[in-house]
Ligand binder design. Structure first.
Ligand SMILES: [Zn+2]
Length: 325
């Protein structure tokens, strides 16, 4: 899809190009977001435009040799430092230094050099320090495009050397965008986006995987377990390759029950499951809902963070705790 299809990228894309045209483009641009928004696509399109031989206004031609080389990742003066080097922590600084040394040579092919850096927060402090030196004294005609999930791991000294764009897609823009690609209505699009950590990109992918239907089925089974106080029967529905997501969905539902009890109806996420939310709120006290959320969150946390843990045992243990509580 063209960059025009992503309104949240298009604005930054044009902004960067305008700065380049005015000759004021900063040599290091950090693009970050809290969730998936196609940052790499943005970087690819800017790079293509910078190197294209036949660009017109904001458009690169997509057919010249440079465009093709960039699209196939073969442009000789395009350097890529990405998460593959991530075992970066094991690799040490040599790999980074090798790339950095090359950057100081003249371009092999054209006049510009571009460096892509993905997931820099995975790098250790020695690697970041090597990069910092380059950003402080960058070679001529060289631009660094860096992308990362926004987190606190990235050193402030590194961020301060960059022009930072933080992409946040307003929910109404996400809904409008998602609506174009699905048969779902606005409310369903809203739910899909929220279930996917606000990412319209992930929501689009998941919606095609019957996300809302699968979630509704799980919620029905959950309500059944509550009515019978038979949580263990939920095991087969939770224990799949999507176990982490399934548990999170249950937590979202229980958080909605709390919102319902507090009369904060506008903030309910699963707006299409009001009956289920209502039913659970009639059966469970506020305290019980909070306890069960804690059990599920703890279970999910342990699955994510404890290597080689027996997930099945952990789920069973959590379900029994819910029954006994
Ligand atoms: Zn071109």
């Amino acid at each position: 899809m063209s960059i025009n299809n992503y309104p949240w990228l298009n604005e930054i894309y044009k902004n960067v190009i305008r700065q380049y045209k005015k000759n004021i483009l900063h040599h290091a641009i950090l693009i970050e977001s809290f969730y998936k928004v196609k940052k790499k696509k943005l970087i690819l399109e800017i790079t293509k435009w910078l190197l294209c031989k036949k660009k017109k206004y904001y458009k690169s031609c997509n057919i010249c040799a440079n465009c093709k080389l960039v699209m196939s990742n073969n442009y000789p003066d395009l350097y890529l430092i990405k998460e593959k080097l991530d075992n970066l922590k094991k690799t040490g600084v040599n790999e980074i230094r090798k790339i950095i040394n090359n950057i100081y040579y003249k371009p092999q092919y054209g006049k510009k050099k571009i460096v892509w850096l993905f997931k820099v927060s995975n790098m250790n402090k020695f690697q970041i320090n090597s990069l910092l030196k380059v950003l402080e004294e960058p070679p001529k005609n060289t631009w660094f495009f860096i992308s990362d999930i926004k987190n606190n791991k990235l050193l402030e000294t590194f961020r301060s050397r960059c022009l930072v764009y933080t992409i946040i897609v307003p929910i109404n823009i996400s809904i409008k965008w998602l609506n174009k690609y699905t048969n779902y209505n606005n409310e369903q699009c809203f739910i899909a986006i929220k279930l996917n950590n606000n990412s319209p990109i992930d929501a689009k992918k998941e919606i095609n995987n019957f996300l809302l239907e699968k979630r509704f089925f799980l919620y029905q089974k959950f309500l059944f377990s509550i009515k019978k106080n038979d949580f263990v029967s939920l095991f087969d529905h939770l224990n799949s390759k999507n176990v982490i997501q399934n548990i999170l969905w249950i937590c979202f539902l229980l958080l909605d029950v709390i919102k319902y009890k507090l009369n904060c109806l506008n903030f309910i996420l699963n707006k299409d499951c009001k009956n289920i939310i209502y039913n659970i709120s009639k059966i469970y006290s506020y305290r019980k809902v909070v306890e069960i959320i804690n059990i599920f969150f703890k279970c999910r946390y342990n699955i994510i963070n404890i290597p080689n843990i027996n997930t099945e045992l952990l789920i069973i243990d959590s379900l029994i705790k819910c029954e006994k509580f």
